[in-house]
Design a protein around this ligand. Structure first.
Ligand SMILES: Nc1ncnc2c1ncn2[C@@H]1O[C@H](COP(=O)(O)OP(=O)(O)OP(=O)(O)O)[C@@H](O)[C@H]1O
Ligand SMILES: [Mg+2]
Length: 256
């Protein structure tokens, strides 16, 4: 479903990602782990069009998406969450979901005039979907709360909700468990499982090994910009290279 070939990203002399190749099979949950600064978020940024690769190529569903803009990747069905959630703080939880671009017919004046009932139907559909998703994520009590007042864990769920508004094919989650308490972690694991059962493919960056072990069918380990190894969670866990990677010199400054 997703394949990355010889991907490189250089930032002013610093090589964040070097000669990275991997594939993600459809309808799987793949983990992407590795020490701070390994290049995981940069890899996401290239897949979603937020950062332009220096070299290499990315294919999705058989299509070359290497130099697409974020909204183009989004319209192909690739959505993501950010390591640091980016809610629209001045808006309520509900508005954060209904704001997500879809094929928003209502934005065009002509459409408003000519196709009023269609626009109304579309708005109703979006409202209904947002309510359903917030219920699914157990956030319904917070529908009218400003998202700026949410806890870190609740923001992670809100980001997941926003990602789901557009019926994506591939969801990239950047540390969904970071700053999340154990109860909410259970919640997040369960929700990801349920969404996966609907046929959605996941690529998940995570430092929380419990989440990785419980959810992922295969794990990619990145170190210093490349793939160090890949395998099942069990294979990865018992491989001494994993410990080396986390203890060996690649703990860099990135805490973004
Ligand atoms: N926009 C940028 N400009 C310059 N350097 C960057 C930029 N983005 C990332 N880097 C650098 O690239 C390297 C990889 O960063 P990246 O954020 O991809 O790591 P990561 O694996 O996600 O780490 P973490 O687990 O800490 O989130 C780091 O050295 C980081 O400082
Ligand atoms: Mg990161």
């Amino acid at each position: 479903m997703l394949s990355v070939h010889n991907l490189v990203k250089e930032f002013d002399g610093l090589t964040a990602v070097s000669d990275l190749s991997f594939t993600v099979e459809p309808e799987t949950i793949t983990g992407l782990i590795g020490p701070n600064g390994a290049g995981k978020t940069t890899t996401f940024n290239m897949i979603t069009g937020h950062v332009k690769p220096s070299y290499g190529s990315i294919h999705f569903d058989g299509q070359d998406i290497t130099n697409l803009r974020p909204h183009q990747a989004f319209h192909l069905g690739i959505v993501r969450t950010f390591q640091i959630p980016r809610p629209f703080s001045g808006m309520t939880v509900l508005e954060n979901l209904t704001m997500v671009p879809g094929n928003q017919i209502g934005e065009n004046v002509w459409n408003n005039w000519l196709r009023r009932s269609k626009v109304e139907n579309e708005e109703l559909r979006i409202q209904r979907k947002a309510h359903e998703l917030l219920e699914f994520l157990n956030l319904s009590d917070l529908n009218n709360e400003f998202s700026g007042n949410l806890s870190g864990g609740q923001l992670k769920l809100l980001e997941l909700g926003r990602a789901l508004m557009s019926d994506p094919k591939l969801i990239l989650l950047d540390e969904p468990a970071a700053g999340v308490n154990p109860t909410l972690l259970e919640e997040i694991i369960e929700r990801i499982r349920e969404i996966h059962r609907q046929g959605v493919t996941f690529l998940i960056i995570e430092h929380n090994m419990e989440l990785v072990m419980r959810l992922c069918s295969s794990v990619l380990v990145m170190a210093e910009g490349g793939i160090l190894m890949e395998g099942s969670p069990e294979e990865i866990r018992s491989d001494p290279r994993l410990i080396d990677a986390f203890l060996g010199g690649s703990t860099s400054s990135s805490d973004t």
